[in-house]
Design a protein around this ligand. Structure first.
Ligand code: HSE
Length: 285
């Protein structure tokens, strides 16, 4: 029996749609694997009632297939599904690491990125690696068609999770097909600023670089209370606020000294619009 923990992640960070991702310290999924003649999956924990245990429909079943590594796989969900915090990616990443070790496949963490992304394809219809890459590699990751670039980073964040679901498929449905050159130029500038901020562990630069006028405005419309929660977090000292992944999670970047106040105000502001939420005070890392 082998046990592996893989962390929640936040993709996009506003300006890096389908490219940027970060690992968060908490929450996390824990996956246990044991060799077996055929794959069987059981799921407990956060939102487990919504996760199919059929290996043909579970992200982890796709990973077991890709590694030709049948196993009894027990998933303990810390990352709620449809949260925007890379729930399926955390399970896929943990399973990829565990099954790779269980069957001595000898793949590196980098080589496991496309393997774990197979699981993402099953859930969202496309093999995005922007959540599995940071879950496997940690820190800040930049995923392009040519591969993954990873840098270590340590930045305080609050990840606030309202009690509502937004499916990745729905959130992808509102992404515009095109953008003006002006918006593209702004977004490139912001993404570059953000990447430099990560290398300097600078919450001010990262927060500024999260601005995005192309995808984020369309998605915030799917999250009741978003504008109020964003404004409250900025008022409490957040250096930047954006939708986490496909939502409905909201990510606020900040200095350590402001973290607790930002978490409280985000919860209170959701509460004021009749939505329960919880906030993880954690770090990119
Ligand atoms: N980049 C993806 C999205 C993250 O925002 O749709 C979810 O896989």
């Amino acid at each position: 029996m082998l046990t592996v923990r893989a962390p929640a992640t936040s993709a996009n960070l506003g300006s890096g749609f389908d490219v940027f991702g970060v690992a968060l310290g908490t929450p996390a999924d824990v996956v246990r694997v044991e060799r077996a003649p055929e794959t069987r999956i059981s799921v407990i924990g956060a939102g487990s009632q919504y996760i199919p245990e059929d290996p043909n429909q579970n992200t982890v079943g796709a990973v077991a297939d890709a590694l030709d590594a049948p196993a009894h796989i027990k998933i303990d969900k810390g990352v709620r599904p449809s949260s925007g915090l890379g729930s399926s990616a955390a399970s896929a990443a943990a399973a990829a690491v565990a099954l790779n070790a269980l069957y001595d496949r000898g793949l590196s963490r980098e080589e496991l990125v496309p393997v774990a992304a197979e699981g993402e394809a099953l859930v969202s219809g496309e093999a995005h690696a922007d959540n599995v890459a940071p879950s496997l590699l940690g820190g800040f990751t930049i995923v392009t068609d040519d591969g993954v670039t990873q840098v270590d980073a340590s930045i305080p964040v609050v990840a606030c999770l309202p009690e509502m679901s937004v499916s990745t498929r729905d959130a992808r449905g509102v992404v515009p097909d095109s953008a003006t050159l002006e918006d593209v130029v702004d977004t490139v500038g912001n993404a570059a600023t953000l990447a430099v901020g990560m290398t300097r562990d600078d919450p001010a630069l990262v927060g500024r670089g999260m601005e995005d006028a192309i995808v984020t405005p369309e998605r915030t419309a799917l999250i009741d209370g978003y504008a109020q929660v964003r404004d409250a977090a900025l008022e409490a000292g957040a250096t930047g606020v954006t939708v986490s992944g496909a939502g409905p999670g909201i990510l606020a970047v900040c200095h350590r000294r402001d973290q607790a106040a930002i978490a409280s105000t985000m919860i209170d502001t959701f509460d004021a619009v009749g939505i329960e939420s919880r906030a993880y005070q954690t770090r990119i890392g």
